[in-house]
Ligand binder design. Sequence first.
Ligand code: 2RA
Length: 335
Amino acid sequence: MASIVAVVGATGAVGEEMVQVLHDRKFPLSKLVLLASERSAGKKIQTAFGEMEVELFSVEAAQACDFVLMAVSGDFSKEFSPQIIANGKTVVIDNSSAFRYDEDIPLVVPEVNPAAMRGKLLIANPNCTTAIAAMALWPLHQKFTLRKVIMSTYQAASGAGAAGMIELEAGTRKGLNNEPVVNEVFAHPLPFNVIPHIDAFQSNGYTKEEMKVVWETQKIFGSKDIACSCTCVRIPTKRAHSEAITIETVEDITAEQAMEVLRNAPGVEVVDNPAEKLYPMPMTATRKYDVEVGRIRPSLVFQPKGLDLFVCGDQLLRGAALNAVLIAEAKLAEA
Ligand code: 2RA
């Protein structure tokens, strides 16, 4: 059944990708509406569907749709998402962190916990770092049961939106010209640097980005028993996040067994042939739907009950827009 879909925040990096993914996946649309606040309303933008005018957001305009994909700030979503779903029919898929930790709101990666959103109108999209890791970790959890997840990330500029990518590109040019590199989006200049600071520091010394991995992995996997710890680092790449992950499992696990499981997992591409210099990289994972997984080897600390692996996924796709559209597709199938 064809649906009316709105993308709210279509002029941002995630919103733009949502429109592109709806187009590329041939989502059954009867109408696509681009909604935004007064600042962007009236703008004409080029999309995969041709030139489209951005319309002014209102609750009524959103309620006229079957699906509303929110690519806006948490504050905006917190105010308006509950108002939109009050009509009892419009499905809101929210990319912000506004509702991710509410017990009653499902936090969904469709390949992992689609049942959580059955009958629900407001669904939260996970943080990109979690969503990318979940693709590799879930199939391993199902077969070998995760006990511990220890992760270090290498996160691209796109995580900070279009402004982050622009700051990286402009700063890199300036750096190469020996001009001073200024930073507004990132805590420090990002070109030629790595910054172990994404989002706000919490009272336990971890950043919110790091705690999101912990909270969200446990919620999506439905298990508080998985102990997680994470260090999140921004690096000067453009739009694919990388993650070095160590797992400890309840069951014995070998690299070959893990590879076999991951080769059959949806949304995963095993790229693991070191002899041929084949392993996941942001350069090859960019603009791919699948998450690349490789460097799979027994953990020197936890073997025979543990592995080390490296994961790369497109932050704007798997980490945001693709996951949101897959949620919408799963809701359609539910209807
Ligand atoms: C980042 N995870 O990379 C954030 C974006 N959601 O900054």
